[in-house]
Design a protein around this ligand. Sequence first.
Ligand SMILES: Cc1cc2nc3c(=O)[nH]c(=O)nc-3n(C[C@H](O)[C@H](O)[C@H](O)COP(=O)(O)OP(=O)(O)OC[C@H]3O[C@@H](n4cnc5c(N)ncnc54)[C@H](O)[C@@H]3O)c2cc1C
Ligand code: SF4
Length: 341
Amino acid sequence: MNPFSYFSAVDPAEALAHADQGARFIAGGTNLLDLMKEGVMRPKALADVNGLPFSEIAPVASGGLLLGAMARNAATAYHPLVRRDYPLLTAAILAGASPQIRNMASNGGNLLQRTRCYYFYDLGTPCNKREPGSGCSAIGGLTRQQAILGASQHCIAVHPSDMCVALAALGAVVHLRSANGERQVAFTDFHRLPDDRPELDTIMQPGELITHIELPPAAQFAEHSCYLKLRDRASYAFALVSVATMLDLGADGVVREARLALGGVAHKPWRVPEAEALLAGHAADAERFALAADALLEGARGQGHNDFKIPLARRAIVRALERAVEGTHDNSRSEERDRSD
Ligand SMILES: Cc1cc2nc3c(=O)[nH]c(=O)nc-3n(C[C@H](O)[C@H](O)[C@H](O)COP(=O)(O)OP(=O)(O)OC[C@H]3O[C@@H](n4cnc5c(N)ncnc54)[C@H](O)[C@@H]3O)c2cc1C
Ligand code: SF4
């Protein structure tokens, strides 16, 4: 039994004051409550942020879209402006979890979900992320799920979110608020690599609240994007490898601009600007796509059981680019029956 206090906030200042005293925010609870039940996380106090006024999804003057941190994943995926201008985000969200979980899960909570490394959940084994300095059981252990890029000798876990892979490709910006004020962080700088501090998943300071996620204008990519998720089961499973691709494609078949991001391969969504630059100004063909895939995977190293991820990712990148050329597939239509929000 781990007793904790609970406070439901309706005013951001109240929520921040509780966080300043050590309370942990809770939104949909789909990750945090699991971790508390397993004893992996033991907050002494919870500040419920569901009542805060950050649930809206609204256009901003720059031409982009502001997603409230408390907006549900389902509401975000099915929002008409997201479907129209950011179909990659719709596809990525709907590739994750289940309809029930997407109806509960918030956008802020999705960014902060913890790794699915088996050892992180297993209190009987050392884990530097759960207990800093205790060791990493995954190194030399079961590595099928683990990272092939950006790992360290202290942690080889991957970030499990699908939504975040799309947000990385889209160049989103995270809006943070604390007792000290507000700041904005580029999405690609928001999650960390493990280095020697694997207990830190992001650059957030204790007590900071995510209020919004801002999407820059991206309508030029809407016709040619793809989120490809490869996993052990066809649904309700985390990615072994996932790829987000966005192409701004000219009528002559030449790529004006490309965005690529990988999931399931590193402690954060993986983007390499040099790989994207290899596509710009060139015909959208398989040969170029293979060059970009090699650049995106430069430095990839398997851990044994997950060696397969390197060739799998290489092929997935090429396939996701080919699918983007064919045209964005609207998976929100086939998922529409899942809606209950
Ligand atoms: C069975 C199952 C399968 C799943 N499959 C997938 C999948 O395939 N793909 C995928 O991407 N995800 C998957 N998920 C994860 C799911 O998407 C996350 O659990 C969910 O997005 C977390 O959102 P939440 O609002 O429930 O967060 P919570 O559980 O409430 O919180 C998660 C963390 O975020 C913090 N937090 C929440 N909101 C804020 C805020 N605004 N500011 C600061 N901190 C905050 C909390 O303190 C906590 O540390 C799965 C989950 C389950 C249970
Ligand atoms: S890979 Fe990271 S999360 Fe997994 S056991 Fe090692 S330190 Fe823990």
